[in-house]
Design a protein around this ligand. Structure first.
Ligand code: GLP
Length: 241
């Protein structure tokens, strides 16, 4: 695991460099997109490079990590809509090139299985962007998630619903209780993992990720087993290393 400690703007440039290098050398690459605030500067940088430097995603496909169950199609916090706003609409992905788990499917287990298959059919994810929850979750793999898990339905923890209430008028009651998420084994199948974490609130999770025992209690620790994992953190997030 490679750990880089730098200011947030620099971290975003490093992540964008990795994505740009991949997409320029392999235009039909498959990238994994994450929601949350951590990747936002990366998406800004990619949008800037698309506009100013001609970086194109016209042949690139993307898979999202996770989705809330049951949020209406037009809800601004539905992750498919968040990704559309934050990155997809700002670059030149082909229509339908960005996919996410279908949190509105009638048959959720079938939707999860279909999503796993779609990733396999696309040839797997080349580079997966990740954030990390304060409790060490990646995607929505909450503490206790099997390290061998695949895309499935999960119940959100009270901690995560509290953390995410800021996107729902600070009203935890509006935060969905369930989600669909790529599993830890799904994420580990990506060829390169690039995790971003900033701020003191992430310091314990980053400490566990890098230095803790590999355990389902801190799901991100599974990344210690990945052959190509890059962890990008600012001083505050690195303060317990
Ligand atoms: C959510 C997402 C995760 C994300 C985490 C951290 O729970 N499902 O993918 O990593 O939040 O979010 P943030 O980057 O806003 O701290």
């Amino acid at each position: 695991m490679e750990i880089v400690i730098a200011p947030a703007e620099e971290l975003a440039r490093i992540a964008a460099d990795a994505i740009e290098g991949l997409v320029r050398s392999k235009p039909e690459a498959v990238i994994g997109l994450a929601t949350g605030s951590s990747p936002l500067k990366v998406y800004d940088e990619l949008a800037r490079r698309h506009t100013q430097d001609g970086l194109s995603f016209a042949q690139t496909r993307a898979f999202m990590l996770d989705e809330y169950v049951g949020l209406p199609a037009e809800h601004p916090e539905r992750y498919r809509n968040v990704i559309e706003t934050e990155i997809a609409s700002r670059v030149d992905f082909a229509p339908d090139a960005v996919q996410g788990p279908d949190g509105l499917a009638d048959d959720l287990p079938a939707a999860c299985a279909a999503y796993e298959q779609a990733i396999v059919d696309a040839g797997g994810v080349d580079l997966q962007i990740l954030g990390i929850g304060t409790d060490g979750h990646i995607a929505f793999n909450e503490p206790g998630s099997s390290l061998a898990s695949r895309t499935r339905i999960k119940t959100l923890t009270a901690q995560t619903r509290e953390d995410n209430a800021r996107f729902f008028d600070d009203d935890i009651e509006q935060v969905p209780r369930h989600c669909l998420t790529q599993g830890l084994a799904t994420i580990m199948s990506a060829k390169h993992l690039v995790l971003l974490a900033t701020g003191k609130g992430k310091a314990e999770a980053v400490h566990q990720l890098a230095e803790g025992a590999i355990s389902a209690l801190w799901p991100a620790t599974v990344m210690q087993l990945h052959p190509h994992a890059t962890v990008l953190v600012d001083d505050a997030a690195a303060s317990r290393l």
